[in-house]
Design a binder for this molecule. Structure first.
Ligand code: NAG
Ligand code: NAG
Ligand code: NAG
Length: 329
């Protein structure tokens, strides 16, 4: 460990102790946890294990963890507005409707549309629903442990009306990630992971349009922070909580000032995403990965791949949005 890294961890420890933050491991490790989503109606946390093709549900009240296996790489998973058991899931480059009650081993599925046909090896990565139930799903190029096919990702907007030909909203990108809307619903935040930047757009909810992208945060401004911004969520004070892949932390950022407000150390190097959940929306659920760790690193990071819950952060989230693109399978 270098002196910089050591002071980084000591600083995190100091800050976290002062705020009395608690961190709990709530699931055993999976390979590549990602895409956490909270459903307020069922009080369920969904997340995916991308390369394994599994969609998980976790019920905090009972601690029950259930999963189904789909045929491909899965991310993200978004429950529907009209039917909580109708999930919209990205499988490879295909948007798939999945009917699952969250605890049985049976499900039904139906493919809805396949995007990015010019990049057959690309796949869906992060995605969210907006207030109108439109889906913003992004893709990324084929990735090995050492390389990424560049410029093969796009951010798509998928609606009832464009279901057979989703609109391209941002392109090209390398790894589509992030995604959050502010409380006033007039700003949209986005991350293309390798850029290490968070970009803010003006957002028009009526038309579902974005414009005037500008950088509001760049990890490179802070030399003590390692890693790459991955998944992201927003709190009720309009601050962003960003997972740092290869950075062993979640950071809190004020997009209005560009200030780094807080660093919370996580006992896994690859932190992939974060979402507010729990009955009071004040638990920050965090997914992590062990996909790229070798044998030795896995021994040193036994919790890598687990989902964690952070409590007592002094803030919380607002209710997320559900998909509204189909009524049934
Ligand atoms: C996803 O890709 C894998 C590997 O190419 C393939 O076996 C599988 O059939 C694909 N699944 C879907 C739903 O297209
Ligand atoms: C499974 O989910 C259904 C639908 O949400 C619910 O009615 C049922 O009680 C659940 N069963 C168990 C064993 O959790
Ligand atoms: C994607 O990555 C490649 C290789 O690092 C880089 O040349 C390219 O500019 C990146 N594309 C975008 C949209 O940032």
């Amino acid at each position: 460990m270098t002196t910089t890294q050591l002071s980084f961890y000591l600083l995190c420890y100091f800050i976290n102790t002062c705020f009395c933050i608690h961190l709990y491991q709530i699931t055993p490790p999976v390979d590549h946890g990602e895409g956490p989503t909270w459903d307020c109606r069922k009080n369920l946390l969904y997340f995916v294990d991308i390369h394994a093709g599994n969609v998980y549900s976790y019920e905090p009240s009972s601690g029950n963890l259930h999963s189904i296996h789909l045929n491909g790489e899965v991310s993200p998973v978004i429950p529907s507005k009209r039917d909580p058991e109708l999930l919209i899931v990205g499988v490879n480059r295909t948007v798939v409707a999945v009917e699952w009650n969250g605890n049985s081993s049976d499900y039904q599925s139906k493919p809805l549309v396949t995007v990015s046909k010019q990049f057959p090896m690309s796949r869906f990565n992060d995605g969210k629903a907006d207030k109108q139930g439109r889906l913003w799903f992004g893709t990324m190029g084929y990735e090995t442990s050492t390389s990424l096919a560049p410029n093969q990702g796009s951010l798509y907007k998928i609606t009832r009306n464009n279901l057979h030909n989703p609109s391209v909203m941002i392109s090209p990108v390398n790894i589509s990630n992030g995604l959050a809307w502010n409380k006033a619903n007039n700003k949209f935040y986005y991350i293309d992971t390798p850029t290490r930047k968070i970009v803010e757009y003006d957002y028009d909810d009526a038309g579902g349009e974005i414009k005037n992208g500008r950088v509001v945060f760049d990890l490179s401004w802070y030399s003590s922070i390692k890693g790459f911004p991955d998944g992201m969520t927003i709190d009720r004070d309009d601050n962003l909580w960003v997972a740092l892949y290869s950075g062993s932390a979640v950071i809190k950022v004020d997009p209005k000032t560009g200030y780094l407000l807080q660093i919370v150390a996580i006992p896994a190097e690859a932190v992939t995403s974060a979402i507010w959940g729990g009955q009071n929306l004040d638990v920050l659920y965090i997914t992590t990965s062990r996909y790229r760790l070798n044998k030795e690193q896995r021994l040193k990071q036994p919790y890598a791949g687990s989902v964690f819950a952070l409590t007592d952060l002094g803030t919380g989230g607002v209710k997320g949005f559900e998909a509204d693109i189909v009524d049934e399978i």
